[in-house]
Design a protein around this ligand. Sequence first.
Ligand SMILES: *Cc1c(COP(=O)(O)O)cnc(C)c1O
Length: 376
Amino acid sequence: MSGLTKKTLMPKVTETTLEINLASLKHNFEYLKSKLKEDTLFLAVVKAFAYGSEANAIAHCLQKMKVDYFAVAYIREGIALRKAGITTPILVLHPQEKNLNLAIEHCLEPSLYSLKILQEFQRIAMLHQQKNYPVHIKFNTGLNRLGFEPQELDLVVDQLSRTSVLKVRSVFSHLAASEDLEEKAFTLAQVELYKSLSSSFAEKINYPFIKHLCNTSGVINYPEAHFNMVRCGIGLYGYGNTNTEAQNFKPVATLKSVISQIHFVSKGKSVGYNRGFISPHDTKIATIPIGHADGIGRHFGHGAGVVSIENKKAVIVGNVCMDMVMVDVTDIECVEGDEVVFFGCEFSAEASAAAANTISYELITAISQRVKRVIV
Ligand SMILES: *Cc1c(COP(=O)(O)O)cnc(C)c1O
């Protein structure tokens, strides 16, 4: 019974559980750092509940490991981290005008990406009687999502120099296709544009600031573009965006559940809503307590999604329900109460996501707050 040794290591789950492995997080952090020069700063992206895992535990662990910066998407996410006792600087990538006053109150550093948001934050910082409040200037170098246009550079510098309420802590941009080597020419053009923008900016402003451009795939594929800091998200959580890199990372989150009930369904009978599955022969069907309300979307139905039971693969049959899925376990020796793995260490979210035509980012960030989190 080779399974026994494993079971003594980690108690079996009795309900749907997302296990968060902090040793894997440390491994990924060290691996990514090994790609950097000694003095390159490390910003950990912990937006969206640390990519669907558990932001407080992840941030505290990284803070202990002396990460230099955190980033979140929205101000509310930053406030939650501050309330949980995080004292490391936090960059807010996508602050909304309406919440800007809360940034100062909670010591959050906004990314300023348009003249409107820059002026508004200057006004608020002035009201709060700030001097040299740290901000981050974001340029659009080709993603066409957020950021000042390159030709707005003089305008930005001019607007900033009108008062001393703000101080530029960093100038940054974001790559559109760092994981796709077929787009290498495009990415290198982004790197060159960023290089020239950040240099012109430096010429016009008489103090040093941090330069950063790379996300996880940028760190791996473009060592020449690390500048003074890198921003890693997905790599920290264990996914490297390529098959060759996959083995260097360890998935932090493992999604597990249990078999609630087993039905023997004879040939021609149906399973689930709208009779989504018609049994082609006598089948053994297991019901698992996880559904689209937990983050397993309907696109995982009808054979696309696969789970692992006793190290064997079982496909999701029929439609994914709100709280349950049914899987075909005809060829698997299993009983009610047995553990089911959706993704994690032995069974990567990348492969699981690909089977349902999505990416690891979407699958892991979708795991809803209803799912119990356990730190291991
Ligand atoms: C989410 C995000 C990142 C992290 O990207 P990964 O591919 O997960 O490493 C970095 N920078 C910005 C601006 C982001 O929005």
